[in-house]
Design a binder for this molecule. Structure first.
Ligand code: OOG
Ligand code: NI
Length: 470
């Protein structure tokens, strides 16, 4: 039976992301400092760049800016991944994209849970990069078995959280009151635990296999390991961090600074070393520490088409073979200049990106175009309409992640000595089996958004037949 009193999943997501941000601010005070810096830089960028402000305003992106963030968790078992999908579904977040990080020496594969659809993204684009540990990549058989045993014994969701998920699935929604309770219960899964579930000895063994394995296996739950606000000027935030007592990683991951931002640029501050209490089988406590939680910022640009992405991947690979950043970060200057030099080959004007089919855009009929429709005699091609100023296009923001950047973020927090090379063993089918669902294809989502906007714009101009020509 239809229930009129459900709280919209978009609203539940905002309740949740706000509560999560609050919790992380309390747990990691540096995150609060970073949020303040990002707020200041964004205000300055908007004051100085009226075009940017106009474009964000036109697409209702201004409101979401201060809400905008992503987080990341690392799960241990197929069952945990299966249930987290159900939890995120309550908040209108679905798995998009498959990321294999084993190539970069990180024994996980991942997806991003995020809203899809323009309205939901506008309401709140909160996303969670969710990795699943690949125990099969642990070589030591005894250790692998022990890790599996430890993981199978833990329960990362509260009983009530799963009850509310089941209720959501049965009824098709949650009331405002249930949603509040759900958010409180779901938050428990993401909380930090200063007490490990293993002995210091076991922790050390897991840590020796890979620091990430220790991070996933040793605790009661998959603590959120970072939250990332979106900035309009990542270079300014990177430069401003030391002034506020934060030490950033050596280089910004992703493309260089450009007139027309593409994809995603990210930087982070190093993970904190935090005190942990371990307990051995006899119940005796010992003190140690664990390093997992960090801060990150990101600047988002336009989503690239497969053609644009290919060019991006090729240029980035060239830079990375040319300059390798060592542990000291001393090569950061060379890396930046190489990056800028190589990316000179990537067109940096909106017109060129559109005309060459390198990026995705949202089309709309301009006022002049609507006036021209009334007069009649519009150009017969999309190019002609654009040229005449009747059809406008604005960049579609990239809402996903980049595997090479993600690996760089993982590694900056694992220490370069931890680089291990697992052979590429991408296993999307296995990931989807654990997830209990297919991951959506992010490129298909952007392409659909572009096509939909173009069809609408052409219809507004009175000539929907042109869509086929585009
Ligand atoms: C996730 C790293 C990936 C990003 O922004 O690329 C990520 C992790 O360290 O668990 O969050
Ligand atoms: Ni991140």
């Amino acid at each position: 039976m239809a229930n009129q009193t459900f709280l919209h999943p978009d609203a539940i997501r905002t309740l949740f992301s706000t509560a999560m941000s609050q919790m992380y601010r309390t747990e990691v005070p540096q995150y609060g400092t970073l949020m303040e810096l990002v707020g200041d830089v964004n205000a300055q960028a908007l004051a100085e760049d009226t075009d940017l402000r106009g474009s964000l305003e036109r697409h209702d992106e201004l409101g979401r800016l201060s809400l905008e963030r992503h987080g990341a968790i690392r799960l241990g078992t197929a069952e945990e991944l299966f249930n987290i999908r159900r939890v995120f579904a309550v908040m209108g977040m679905v798995p998009v994209g498959y990321y294999d990080l084993s190539v970069a020496g990180v024994p996980v594969h991942a997806t991003a849970f995020r809203p899809v659809g323009d309205a939901s993204l506008r309401a709140n684009p909160f996303r969670v990069f969710t990795s699943l540990l690949r125990l099969e990549l642990i070589e030591d058989e005894a250790l692998r078995a022990e890790a599996a045993r430890i993981l199978s014994a833990r329960r990362i969701f509260t009983v009530r959280a799963l009850e509310l998920v089941a209720r959501f699935e049965m009824e098709g929604g949650l009331s405002a009151e249930e949603a509040e309770e759900f958010v409180t219960e779901a938050l428990e899964t993401f909380r930090w635990h200063a007490k490990a579930t293993v002995s210091l000895d076991t922790y050390d063994k897991l840590h020796a296999a890979h620091r990430l394995i220790a991070d996933v296996v040793s605790f009661k739950g998959p603590h959120i390991n970072h939250l990332t606000p979106r900035t309009l000027d990542i270079d300014a935030v990177q430069a401003g961090m030391p002034g506020r007592g934060i030490v950033p990683k050596a280089v910004i991951e992703g493309p260089p600074r450009r007139q027309c931002p593409i994809l995603l640029r990210q930087t982070s501050f190093k993970a904190l070393e935090e005190p942990i209490e371990f307990r051995n089988e006899g119940g005796e406590a010992s003190r140690g520490s664990h390093t997992a939680r960090f801060g990150e910022i990101e600047q988002r640009g336009v989503a690239l088409t497969p053609k644009g992405r290919k060019l991006y991947d090729r240029l980035l690979a060239q830079v990375r073979t040319e300059v390798r950043i060592g542990q000291s970060g001393g090569e950061a200057g060379d890396y930046q200049s190489e990056l800028s030099a190589r990316f000179a080959a990537f067109p940096d004007e909106w017109q060129a990106l559109q005309a060459q089919g390198l990026a995705y855009f949202r089309y709309s009929a301009s006022e002049r175009g609507l006036a021209a429709r009334r007069r009649g005699g519009l150009p017969a091609t999309v190019e002609g309409l654009i040229h005449a100023g009747f059809l406008r296009f604005d960049p579609i923001t990239y809402e996903d992640f980049l595997p090479v950047s993600a690996a760089g973020i993982f590694q900056s927090n694992l220490g370069t000595d931890e680089q291990q090379n697992y052979a590429e063993r991408s296993n999307r089918a296995e990931f989807e089996r654990a997830l209990g669902a297919r991951v959506q294809d992010e490129l298909a989502l952007y392409a659909a958004a572009q096509e939909h906007s173009l069809a609408q714009a052409l219809a507004d101009l009175g000539n929907p037949h042109l869509a086929a020509v585009a």
